[in-house]
Design a protein around this ligand. Structure first.
Ligand code: KMH
Ligand code: ZN
Length: 273
């Protein structure tokens, strides 16, 4: 079986300190959490930024602080969010891409997102994709529902995205595709054969979806952005704890962990910064 890439989504935009006291918020805290996840076996860290009040921000300077502090500590691949939080404008959301990180997320469709609507109009998706292509940032397609794979392939056919294709199948968002084995299998079957994929199960579906990905040869995403619990009613005390568990299980199942350098090869990220 191929090596497995673990992505740690350490903060997100929605979780608050009221939900979990263990949420990293400041650049130092987020960088330290990324480092601990790297030590535990993660090779990608998916980051969002927070302002001093703990609210989601796409401010380029805050992202810069986080990225610089991560790079001081380890060689984990930094993947910035272009999703930001519901209600942000495309101009706000694109900011961290301008820092030329190795990767960024690219959501390819609009979806109900709990009480809100996560809006991704076609023109905006093309704008994000174009800027990533100009700057040399590898996109990870964020797929919240089946039609978003078609939208991603439309971007590929239109030349907005070139090179290796990598998908994050986000299952279990209220308003998106539910996290079931059948849905995961259906999405994976809908991808082009050359693509790589990871799965992000939301809430209590994080672990079962990750287990399926381990068995199916996919990659996994864990972390507080998607789930704050270690088990029913018991908060995880760090993102690293969630990484450690899936790293241990994956290795037991014969999936060696990809180092960041190996993940760069698998995802064909050319420039190692
Ligand atoms: N916070 C969500 C509305 C991404 O990072 O690209 C969008 C999100 C996706 O988190
Ligand atoms: Zn995110």
């Amino acid at each position: 079986m191929s090596k497995i890439i673990i992505t740690a989504a350490v903060v997100g935009a929605e979780v608050t300190r009221k939900d979990t006291p263990y949420l990293p918020i400041t650049p130092d805290e987020i960088a330290e959490e990324a480092y601990r996840c790297w030590q535990a076996g993660a090779s990608i860290v998916h980051i969002h930024a927070r302002d001093e009040q703990g609210n989601a921000t796409q401010d380029r300077q805050v992202y810069k602080k986080i990225i610089d502090k991560i790079k001081e500590r380890c060689d984990i691949i930094v993947q910035v969010s272009t999703g930001g939080a519901v209600g942000m404008t495309p101009a706000e959301r694109i900011q961290p891409v301008e820092l030329a990180p190795e990767m960024a997320t690219l959501s390819t469709g609009t979806v109900n997102f709990g009480e809100g609507i996560f809006i991704n109009a076609l023109g905006d998706i093309q704008f994000f994709a174009q800027r990533m292509q100009q700057i040399g940032v590898r996109p990870e397609f964020e797929i919240f529902d089946a039609g978003m794979i078609n939208n991603a392939m439309q971007l590929v056919r239109g030349g907005w995205v070139t090179g290796h294709l990598h998908f994050d199948l986000v299952l279990g968002v209220p308003g998106g595709l539910p996290a079931t084995a059948r849905n995961l299998s259906f999405l994976v079957d809908s991808l082009p054969p050359v693509a790589t994929w990871t799965v992000a199960g939301i809430g209590r579906f994080q672990l079962p979806m990750a287990l399926m990905a381990v068995a199916m040869g996919g990659h996994v995403r864990v972390g507080f952005e998607d789930n704050i619990y270690y088990s029913k009613g018991i908060l995880a005390t760090s993102n690293a704890q969630l990484v450690e568990r899936i790293a241990r299980i994956a290795q037991e199942a014969g999936r060696e962990l990809a180092t960041p350098a190996e993940a760069r090869q698998i995802l064909q990220i050319v420039s190692s910064k």
